[in-house]
Design a protein around this ligand. Structure first.
Ligand code: DON
Length: 305
């Protein structure tokens, strides 16, 4: 669609000045230093056309959006037995909740809540020699982007305040569903969350979920078609924690949020869209990014439904 640029410019102008009572995440102190006024959008279509506005080129902390990337790599390495370690059901609970784990005997409800992503990091650690380096290399390869980096300050900042994740990891270990050293698993998890990307880089890295025929620069597929379908299905049902129903209801696309204020959404066979606005609503999802996406899929009549 050639008028994507016009549409995003017009929605950007409408949404930019809307009163936003949300708050920038500061439970990871380093994230609190980001200006709340950042607002950027990028759409990249499967035929590689790119449309952008605002702060689309500024790097930010992708936080939980990285859970798609760790899941993709673990699924590739571990195959279907991955689902013996982590389930695929919506949790209906906040992203950092400990509540269901006891009844579920340490098997997290899905890979997009913190508990699930920590187990996924543990699975990766069992496969990789140098988890941080190997994971970063994987991200560079699937995006053909050599400029990706962790933000050391953000990772360290989360490490010293990550009490809930430390509790989650210990609790899951007590059920035997963490196989590696707890400190090393958490260190790896915090680094994956600290990855920095711009809206444009995020839309590009997730094209493999939108394009059935996607291959890397080397000509390799990232996932099989059926595996990509499964990841999109989990994104639709679990990508926004206890607001996943609301996101599907208002936006109608599989997607994932992060507490850095980014949201990526995927329209299979068409495009990836990323919106960044750091102020979060009460459920930990960017208020303006959600609003933008709702207006975008409404005005373009382009949801999956
Ligand atoms: O583990 C955490 O709490 C953060 N590193 C990531 C949480 C997050 O992004 C939740 N997303 N909305």
């Amino acid at each position: 669609m050639d008028n994507y640029q016009k549409i995003i410019e017009s929605i950007y102008a409408d949404v930019k000045n809307i009163e936003d009572s949300g708050k920038v995440a500061n439970y990871i102190p380093e994230l609190g230093n980001v200006s709340p006024d950042n607002f950027g959008i990028n759409i990249t279509t499967i035929d590689k056309k790119s449309f952008s506005i605002g702060d689309f080129d500024k790097k930010f902390s992708i936080q939980s959006i990285s859970k798609i990337l760790t899941l993709t790599m673990a699924y590739k390495l571990q195959g279907e037995t991955l689902w013996e370690r982590v389930d695929v059901e919506p949790s209906g609970n906040p992203f950092n909740s400990l509540l269901q784990l006891e009844a579920d005997l340490g098997k997290p409800r899905n890979p997009f809540i913190n508990a699930g992503a920590i187990v996924v990091c543990d699975v990766l650690m069992s496969h990789l020699k140098n988890p941080k380096e190997d994971f970063l290399m994987f991200c560079k390869e699937i995006s053909n982007n050599p400029h990706l980096k962790y933000n050391n300050k953000v990772a360290q900042s989360e490490k010293i305040t990550g009490f809930r994740n430390i509790a989650l990891c210990n609790f899951i270990k007590s059920f035997g569903n963490i196989k590696n050293n707890i400190d090393q698993v958490l260190d790896f998890y915090f680094y994956t969350c600290s990855l920095e990307m711009s809206c444009q880089e995020l839309s590009q890295i997730f094209l493999f979920l939108a394009d059935d025929h996607f291959t890397t620069q080397k000509g390799d597929r990232v996932l099989s078609m059926s595996q990509a379908k499964r990841i999109n299905a989990i994104l639709l049902t679990c990508g926004f924690y206890d607001e996943s129903g609301e996101f599907a209801f208002r936006v109608g696309l599989p997607g994932k949020s992060g507490v850095g204020g980014g949201i990526v959404a995927i329209h299979p066979d068409e495009y990836c869209i990323t919106v960044w606005s750091p102020k979060l609503n009460k459920k930990g999802n960017s208020y303006k990014a959600m609003l933008f996406l709702e207006q975008f899929t409404t005005q373009t009549a382009s949801s999956i439904f």
